[in-house]
Write a protein that binds this ligand. Structure first.
Ligand code: CMP
Length: 161
């Protein structure tokens, strides 16, 4: 069974989308393995987005992610990484289909500032999801160094037999 790291970004919290997002993952059949509300230090955000360190938006992105609390989660399920990214939609909300989280709740990475009081305008697309098995493992270890629950919910056997 695959696990993926999902983060609700500061704009998602600011706009009151925590419950809506968790509901979508639950209804899809994912099983929650870790959940916490945290204010990330800049250094943690830098490590998380290390692969983007040369991109022009890196500083803005790191500043944004460490500008307010985020919800860090681990969700488990069949093909969890790819399936979660389908639920989330494309990085750029301009391209995200209606019905996806970004397609429904983000307009574009820049204009999303209209919904929030944050000064930093870029990188707002509500949610992050790991893109590969390697990045999921790295991100889960980074955000949940204490580990995630080993508890196997009855939902698991109901869904997966
Ligand atoms: P995420 O899925 O977390 O992965 C990388 C993040 O970089 C992405 O979501 C956006 O928040 C941000 N990002 C990607 N492209 C841009 C861009 N052109 N300008 C600003 N931020 C961006």
């Amino acid at each position: 069974m695959e696990q993926t790291f999902i983060m609700i970004k500061p704009d998602g919290l600011q706009r009151g989308l925590i419950g809506e997002i968790i509901t979508r993952f639950e209804k899809k059949g994912f099983i929650l393995k870790g959940l916490k509300l945290i204010s990330a230090e800049r250094s943690l955000a830098e490590k998380h987005y290390a692969e983007h360190s040369e991109r022009p938006f890196f500083n803005q992105l790191v500043k944004f992610i460490s500008s307010g609390p985020i919800v860090a989660m681990v969700w488990e399920g069949k093909n969890a990484i790819a399936t979660a990214r389908k639920l989330i939609g494309s990085s750029n909300p301009d391209d995200s289909a209606p019905g996806t989280i970004r397609g429904d709740f983000a307009i574009d990475i820049d204009r999303a500032r209209e919904f929030t009081h944050y000064e930093h305008s870029l990188s707002r697309n509500v949610i992050h999801g790991s893109d590969t098995v390697e990045s999921a493992q790295r991100e889960i270890a980074l955000w949940f160094p204490e580990g995630t629950t080993q508890w196997q919910s009855s939902l698991h056997s109901w869904i997966y037999g």
